[in-house]
Write a protein that binds this ligand. Structure first.
Ligand SMILES: [Zn+2]
Length: 207
């Protein structure tokens, strides 16, 4: 799964990895413009990471602060790395506007950790998934929702301090992505993801 995931992920806020353990309970807002279904899927993904945090780190990983009404719309210059971490739901026009120079035109930039903000193009995911799977996998609403939930889990995985995994041996990782879509989705981090988390945090319980 996860062919749709970004070919490019820029993460500069995880520099904390270099020395001290990351503190749990990091505040995060959700852009108020996300659809209600996206808000629901986002909250489910937050809950999943916080369950992992409570079991292995002894605390929530994400301190959800509620919605943030960005009345002026997303402006990367102004909004990214402004000290208020926000999870944005973005549309295709915004994705294209954010495409860095030199990115191959066929590259689909969907999930996108950018400094302290996480951008996730869930409607675009839905549209592309619908188009991509219509011939061989039933694009039923359950599958589409599971796919968007998985994308949110992946992007929040960056937020809690994990990097992408491209190694075949990490297929089960929520942080893994490929260019193929086998019609399956993942519903949370695996033991290896949690082992990675325990490099980032002081764990009270190893996986
Ligand atoms: Zn990623």
């Amino acid at each position: 799964m996860a062919w749709y995931r970004a070919a490019l992920v820029i993460l500069v806020s995880i520099a904390a990895l270099a020395c001290a353990p990351r503190e749990p309970n990091q505040p995060l807002w959700l852009e108020a413009g996300c659809s209600s279904i996206d808000e629901q899927l986002f909250l489910e993904a937050v809950r999943t990471w916080n369950e992992v945090g409570n079991e292995h780190v002894g605390a929530d990983l994400i301190d959800f602060q509620g919605t943030w009404d960005d009345k002026n719309g997303l402006d990367p210059e102004r909004d990214l790395n402004d000290g208020r971490p926000v999870f944005y739901c973005i549309d295709e026009a915004t994705v294209l506007a954010l495409r860095p120079p030199g990115t191959p035109s066929e590259t689909i930039i969907l999930g996108y950790g950018f400094g302290e903000d996480i951008l996730a193009a869930s409607q675009l995911v839905r549209d592309r998934l619908t188009a991509a799977v219509k011939d061989d996998v039933l694009p039923d609403e359950g599958f589409l929702e599971a796919s968007v939930r998985e994308m949110f889990l992946h992007e929040l995985g960056h937020w809690v301090g994990l990097y992408d995994k491209k190694d075949e041996s990490r297929r089960g990782s929520i942080m893994y992505y490929t260019s193929g879509n086998d019609g399956t989705t993942k519903d949370g981090p695996d033991a290896a993801d949690i082992a990675d988390l325990c490099v980032v945090y002081d764990c009270v319980k190893q996986p």
